[in-house]
Design a protein around this ligand. Structure first.
Ligand code: 5AD
Ligand code: SF4
Length: 425
């Protein structure tokens, strides 16, 4: 979502005549995009901002802005806390960026734009902006109405607002005409997407509208909420040939007591039931998830239930976090805070367990052939990299001209996070 927002701002700036700087030191304007979901991301943003403001002492004309969820949450306090900061821009006020920069260039001091409007996210289809990219994201909705008790998102991104389907289809067409082959639809809770007066046009309808677009090799979406995962959406994994068999379905905790305190709206049994149904319908489907340890009141027995669920489901991949208090959320005021050391211990146990599961699942793929959409050179160089439709990273030797094509790779080796092989077709 943040990467999408950064691209959006960058397109707004290009349209207003700004050009990208080669590096931070030669830039006249620097904007830092921020995430407030967990304390660690926020701390990172602040230390980056601190370093940038030190650099600004040598270049006083530099315009420095902080955008995104941390900007929204902290608002004008940031101007007091970080002297030299020029602009504080919330995630639902991004369209105003050229206007704010112009005001700053004309001598305005310290602008705070944190209006939590209910309008859906803006789009700007700059021709050629995504040229050369194989994969891209497309935001279909903004905000969230769920109020999970630990989560700052509804406070900093506001209430849910879905974009009209025609606008989404147009943006998808634009991405495809730039050469993009794979589109990932984005939203805090994509499966509560709805449009029309009575909200009768739902997320599965949107998938069915997008799937036939010419040139769309792969369609993905993230993130889904287990409570809103309908039978109709599950059917899309069977009916739509280019919808990738992968779902990111955060479960957060394995204890029903904790799930209730989190206000998640499902039980572990309901979660496991939905995963089972998905696997019945589409046996190939890969399931990834998010989980938290050390939520207020989480006992050792609750944590064991989380481990048990992980063992039962055997996720393909799991993103795991230590719970951290977020200002303004219900959980921040709850009793029973878990000690930091205990949280670290629980996280290490959980991550070790998942590592073994991911390893075992990937090991089973050795000796098979997998279809890979080639994204380009691998990070370490010398090889190409891409993903399977099940979202697994594959590195292999082949000609770089294959970028953007789907090839068949014979899998020879695996780790918990990647596969390696040889291109055979
Ligand atoms: N503390 C730790 N992790 C959190 N997440 C959301 N809020 C918090 C918090 N307060 C995690 C959830 C979510 C992911 C994006 O971040 O697991 O799914
Ligand atoms: Fe946060 Fe819950 Fe909304 Fe996800 S569904 S963004 S965790 S409030």
């Amino acid at each position: 979502m943040n990467v999408y927002d950064s691209h959006l701002v960058s397109q707004f700036l290009l349209a207003s005549g700004y050009v990208p700087a080669a590096d931070v030191r030669s830039a006249d304007v620097v904007l830092i995009n921020t995430c407030a979901v967990r304390a660690k991301a926020e701390q990172k943003a602040f230390s980056h901002l601190g370093r940038l403001l030190q650099w600004k002492r040598r270049k006083p004309d530099l315009i420095v802005g902080l955008m995104g969820c941390v900007a929204q949450q902290e608002g004008s306090d940031l101007l007091l806390r970080f002297p030299g900061l020029d602009l504080v821009l919330g995630p639902r006020d991004l369209t105003g960026i050229p206007r704010h920069l112009q005001a700053l260039e004309e001598g305005c001091i310290g602008i705070v734009a944190t209006n939590l409007d209910v309008k859906p996210p803006a789009s700007l289809n700059t021709p050629g902006y995504f040229n050369g990219r194989v994969t891209s994201t497309l935001s279909i909705m903004e905000g969230c109405n769920n109020f999970c008790s630990y989560c700052v998102v509804p406070l900093v991104r506001g209430r849910e607002a879905s974009r009209p389907p025609e606008e989404i289809v147009e943006e998808a067409r634009h991405l495809l005409s730039d050469g993009v082959k794979e589109i990932t639809l984005l939203g805090q809770n994509v499966n509560s997407y709805s449009h029309g007066e009575g909200g009768e046009y739902r997320f599965p309808d949107l998938l069915r509208s997008l799937s036939p677009l010419r040139g769309l090799l792969r369609l993905r979406f993230t993130t889904s909420h287990p409570k809103d995962l309908s039978g109709d959406l599950m059917d899309c994994f069977v009916d739509l040939p280019n919808l990738c068999p992968h779902i990111h379905l955060p479960f957060q905790a394995g204890s029903n007591r904790i799930l209730q305190r989190m206000n998640r709206g499902y039980t572990r049994e309901q979660y496991a039931g939905k995963v089972m149904r998905l696997r019945e319908l589409q046996p190939k489907i890969s399931i990834t998830s998010d989980v938290m340890v050390g939520f207020p009141g989480e006992t050792a027995a609750d944590f064991d239930l989380t481990l048990e669920l992980i063992k039962e489901i055997e996720f393909d991949n799991l993103y795991s976090f230590k719970y951290s208090d977020r200002k303004g959320t219900r959980a921040a005021t709850m009793e029973g805070k878990v000690d930091e050391k205990e949280k670290s211990l629980r996280l290490a146990v959980l991550q070790r367990m998942q590592m073994e599961i991911s390893l075992a699942r990937n090991k089973r793929l050795e000796g098979t052939r997998m279809k890979v959409l080639v994204e380009g050179a691998s990070r370490k160089g010398g090889q190409l990299t891409g993903r399977t439709d099940t979202y697994k990273v594959v590195n292999f030797n082949a000609d770089s001209e294959l970028t953007g094509r789907v090839v068949e790779v014979f899998i020879e080796r695996s780790s918990a996070n990647s596969l390696w092989g040889t291109c055979i077709k």
